[in-house]
Design a protein around this ligand. Structure first.
Ligand SMILES: *Cc1c(COP(=O)(O)O)cnc(C)c1O
Length: 360
């Protein structure tokens, strides 16, 4: 590395690896929890009519009030709850860390978990503590987590519910214990809400330190980049100060509002994906060399029982034109693990055929 770069770039940034997105051109893309379905042509035409009205020479509305109103309705938020929007929930994680993180402060989560919590802790000079989940089923045992909270007094705790990359919902009682024990903010990240019936939104009134984070990404609007944070207005007012002006661009404001007016289509798609997930889980569970973990999300975590097989199956599928996520080597609890995103019916058939054809 050039010595000036070495001198000037903060050591914790030099030590990081940039968030890697593999080239997926020409491949069936089952690596990133996207909704594989697009919109009917008629709906696309209606959408374009509305986009044509947008004056892109002007800045977007800084508060996006129309979209916020629609989102409040979509989430079923009480009057008393605040709502903050981010350029994806990733940006909200960053705003949270800028608000209550920093030198001498701790961000705590569980592992294996969503990698952005750790990365953003590093970006913001915040100490990161990752408490291991149970090795058997990735469940959350309260004792080690409560001990870590007691020891490190984190100002910010993230729990993804369902968790990524494991797909499971944590025990609700354990989360209640965390909420009661934590003096800092506890963010329940419900990115996979469209694929489960469980949510902590109704508990916002009960816990003043609870925030619930959602995103439109996994329900079929990943390209728009829109995340939401709901919770006590007094907290959100402070976090809002770290928001860059105009963070939600005009095309996103108009398109998300449009999509939510036609939400029935997205709901149909996510219903189809839920059914497909359960069907794929049942089929994979019958295979002798694979353990599939139950999922409440739009992906399934797999573990291969033969050492060396995860890399080989990943490569085998890749050579058959299917891209999935290889988690082997990313965390000690994810040895021989792969993650598959649920695709269209045709894609799922090809995936299962590819997995069955693998002699590892
Ligand atoms: C995908 C994902 C996100 C990121 O959502 P964006 O709104 O697309 O930034 C957040 N949290 C978890 C747990 C995720 O899996």
């Amino acid at each position: 590395m050039n010595s000036t770069i070495e001198q000037l770039v903060r050591p914790e940034i030099r030590a990081l690896t940039a968030y890697a997105v593999p080239d997926s051109q020409g491949l069936i893309k089952l690596d990133a929890m996207e909704n594989p379905y697009t919109w009917p042509d008629e709906l696309k035409r209606l959408w374009l009519t509305e986009l044509a009205e947008v004056d892109v020479n002007r800045y977007p509305h800084p508060q996006a009030p129309a979209l916020k109103e629609r989102l409040r309705h979509h989430l079923g938020l009480e009057e008393s709850s605040g709502l903050l929007l981010g350029n994806g929930s990733d940006e909200l994680i960053q705003m949270l860390a800028m608000t209550v993180g920093g030198p001498g402060r701790t961000l705590l989560s569980v592992e294996p978990g969503f990698v952005m919590y750790r990365m953003i802790a590093h970006f913001t000079h915040t100490q990161y503590i990752g408490v291991p989940l149970q090795s058997e089923d990735f469940g959350l045992t309260p004792e080690p987590l409560l001990a870590a909270i007691e020891q490190h007094q984190p100002s910010l705790i993230f729990l993804a519910y369902p968790n990524n990359p494991t797909g499971n919902l944590f025990d609700q009682d354990a989360i209640h214990q965390v909420l009661a024990a934590a003096s800092g903010l506890v963010v329940i990240d419900e990115a996979y809400a469209p694929f489960t019936d469980a949510t902590f939104l109704p508990l916002l009134d009960e816990y003043p330190n609870l925030l619930v984070m959602r995103t439109l990404s996994k329900m079929g609007l990943a390209g728009l980049r829109l995340g939401m944070l709901a919770g006590a207005a007094a907290w959100l007012e402070q976090i809002d100060k770290t928001r860059l002006p105009y963070n939600i661009n005009t095309l996103t404001q108009v398109s998300a509002d449009f999509a939510l007016r036609h939400q029935a289509i997205l709901d149909q798609q996510t219903q189809t994906l839920r059914h497909a997930r359960d069907e794929i889980f049942a089929q994979l569970s019958e295979l002798p060399t694979i353990r599939a973990y139950p999922s409440d999300a739009n992906f399934i975590l797999l573990r291969l029982t033969t050492p060396g097989s995860a890399n080989a199956l990943h490569q085998h599928l890749r050579s058959h034109g299917i891209l999935i996520k290889n988690l082997h080597g990313s965390h000690p609890l994810l040895e021989e693990c792969l993650r598959i995103t649920i695709g269209t019916e045709e894609e799922n058939i090809l995936l299962l055929k590819g997995i069955r054809g693998f002699k590892g």
